[in-house]
Design a protein around this ligand. Sequence first.
Ligand SMILES: NC(=O)C1=CN([C@@H]2O[C@H](COP(=O)(O)OP(=O)(O)OC[C@H]3O[C@@H](n4cnc5c(N)ncnc54)[C@H](O)[C@@H]3O)[C@@H](O)[C@H]2O)C=CC1
Ligand SMILES: CC(C)c1ccc(C(=O)O)c(O)c1O
Length: 253
Amino acid sequence: MKLQDSVIAITGGGQGLGRAMAEYLAARGARLALIDLVPETLDEAVEACVRAGGEARAYLCNVAREEEVAKTFETIAHDFGQLNGLINNAGILRDGFLIKARDGKVERRMELSQWQAVIDVNLTGVFLCAREAATQMVQTGSQGVIINISSISRAGNMGQSNYSAAKAGVAALVPVWAKELARHGIRCMGIAPGFIETEMTASMKPEALEKMTAGIPLRRMGKPEEIASAAAFIFENDYLSGRIIEVDGALRL
Ligand SMILES: NC(=O)C1=CN([C@@H]2O[C@H](COP(=O)(O)OP(=O)(O)OC[C@H]3O[C@@H](n4cnc5c(N)ncnc54)[C@H](O)[C@@H]3O)[C@@H](O)[C@H]2O)C=CC1
Ligand SMILES: CC(C)c1ccc(C(=O)O)c(O)c1O
């Protein structure tokens, strides 16, 4: 698929990796539909895409809400007349241990609400957006690509029952959708990032950063553009489907 003039929706497009992917793809001629909860960052991301030389529109939507997602993808298809890509990127963290106990006494447990919040956004949100995007791709006669952003945590990371389960789930959906949607000209791929530089890591103390990077074989965190270039590679290579690309500096949790 050529990026030039392709219409690509990115969830969580207002900041972080979503915005980095949006700017990278905009600079290569893609037309972006940016989906997020936060109007301010969404508008800034749209402006950044336009500065990068592309076209972009903002869509306020909670990916965990079925009706909002359906409406958003209908509007995107109406506004652009086609849909060629979805990057399922929106995600949240609500870390905590399953239980914390000392001297035989359970002091803390992961709350059901803590579990459910992450499953709702990181797993159900991915399902809802993929279903609505695939519907619009078929109905507008568009060839398309769906990319699920998983994580190195899908292998099972301590303190992340909710997040690891969701990220393993979205990785498992990649071959399912690749097989089911191939007949409609839709490919599906995943990207599993390791630790990536973000605003959050930029504000960390140097000692904490050093400790974090010491365990990474390449001895540094990834850059958002390195995730964006993996996404561009997926869009442009028409024989890629059903697989996860790991962009993690060789780290295994
Ligand atoms: N930053 C990292 O090191 C890594 C990130 N990831 C994954 O990459 C993705 C992006 O991560 P970051 O850019 O670091 O996160 P971030 O927190 O900087 O950005 C996430 C964006 O998603 C939006 N969002 C959250 N809930 C939403 C909802 N219900 N509906 C619509 N938008 C929503 C937020 O408003 C925000 O703009 C996530 O799926 C994350 O799990 C995976 C591995 C490593
Ligand atoms: C534990 C993994 C590498 C990780 C780290 C940080 C974030 C984040 O800030 O969003 C993630 O989403 C992760 O998957």
